[in-house]
Design a binder for this molecule. Structure first.
Ligand SMILES: Cc1cc2nc3c(=O)[nH]c(=O)nc-3n(C[C@H](O)[C@H](O)[C@H](O)COP(=O)(O)OP(=O)(O)OC[C@H]3O[C@@H](n4cnc5c(N)ncnc54)[C@H](O)[C@@H]3O)c2cc1C
Length: 301
């Protein structure tokens, strides 16, 4: 379960309170505020707060006194221009604060993105819940033979059943010992900050994560990408849907130039020019390494 009925009631109560504001409001984002979007088996992402909208990006770019917007088309054109030319600071004027519940091994990848502000649930102060990420059988895959950082085919039959039993059994046993160590009958028990070292990396943690739109796009480009591990990618994909509703013009430009676009080296561009002139270019005549050529072909074919 991603949120308990009590937590849902708190979310509903917050959503029931409304008040007028003079600040920029994104209707798409208001629809998301506080709601938990389920991710994996017990995780979620939910928007706690945000600042700015598409117009705020244009307002900052034009350093305007008023709303700074012109026509919608004009604003969209400006946003696309800014994205195309890596003019990043206007995008930094928008911010979002997310509450994320995620397995610890996913959190380790996520925390590498340093350009955000984080406050995590304290397992020194509080007791972690008995909640572990157990992959869906479709995600229980073998080590890839072609990519050291990837997965191959899903395990099946007895092997899949054995792996699932290990994951569930080991997590349960570790948690039993954790609980036992911190709650010795009549005694103080082991300190929580020590007992937690016995917990596996698939236990869930939670944090508030605040980031500006420019750095969020950087995170999404890396983590919503097919090369990212599935378990962090599903969080990034959930955030993509939120950002699409929050700043539709900026997200559209990001999707087009960053997610859908590609960066070409000087050699790659030269090859394209030669190909356009009708020349047959091969890896040997391209000046590129085998790896570069393979990636180049992946982009143009
Ligand atoms: C598919 C994939 C595989 C990966 N594999 C590994 C791995 O095997 N091992 C591993 O250790 N990591 C790995 N990473 C993590 C990766 O190397 C980055 O640490 C992570 O993606 C964060 O990127 P970032 O530093 O650009 O982001 P952020 O920390 O958000 O930084 C954004 C940008 O700000 C600038 N910046 C931020 N802090 C500094 C600083 N202190 N000094 C200079 N510039 C700064 C840089 O330009 C940076 O690109 C992997 C990431 C991905 C997506």
């Amino acid at each position: 379960m991603s949120v308990t009925p009590e937590q849902q009631a708190e979310i509903d109560a917050l959503r029931a309170q409304t008040r007028p504001t003079l600040r920029a409001v994104s209707d798409g984002m208001e629809a998301h505020l506080y709601k938990a979007i389920p991710v994996l088996d017990h995780g979620f992402v939910r928007v706690i707060d945000y600042m700015g909208d598409d117009a705020a990006i244009c307002q900052a770019a034009r350093v305007s006194y008023g709303k700074g917007t012109k026509s919608v088309q004009n604003d969209e054109g400006l946003i696309r221009y800014l994205m195309r030319h890596w003019h990043s600071t206007p995008f930094e004027m928008c911010e979002v604060k997310l509450h994320v519940k995620l397995p610890v091994f996913v959190a380790r990848q996520w925390i590498r993105h340093r350009t955000a502000n984080v406050n995590e649930y304290s397992a020194r102060y509080s007791i972690l819940d008995r909640e572990f990420y157990i992959p869906d059988p479709s995600q229980l895959a073998a080590q890839s033979v072609i990519n050291n950082q990837g997965r191959g085919e899903a395990l099946t039959g007895e092997e899949a059943a054995r792996v699932l039993a290990y994951l569930k059994g080991d997590a349960a046993q570790c948690y039993d010992h954790y609980e036992e160590m911190i709650s010795q009958e009549g005694q103080q028990g082991l300190a929580r900050e020590l007992a937690r070292m016995n917990l596996p990396a698939n236990i869930y943690t939670q944090w508030y994560w605040k980031v500006d739109l420019h750095n969020l796009f950087h995170f999404l480009r890396l983590r919503a990408d097919s090369h990212a591990q599935y378990e962090i990618r599903v969080y990034a994909e959930a955030i993509c849907e939120v950002v699409r509703d929050w700043v539709p013009a900026a997200y559209g430009a990001f999707e087009d130039y960053r997610m859908g676009g590609a960066t070409l080296s000087g050699k790659a561009l030269e090859c394209i020019r030669r190909m356009l002139k009708g020349e047959e270019v091969t890896q040997e005549t391209s000046g590129m390494s085998k790896g570069e050529w393979r990636e180049f072909q992946g982009v143009i074919l």
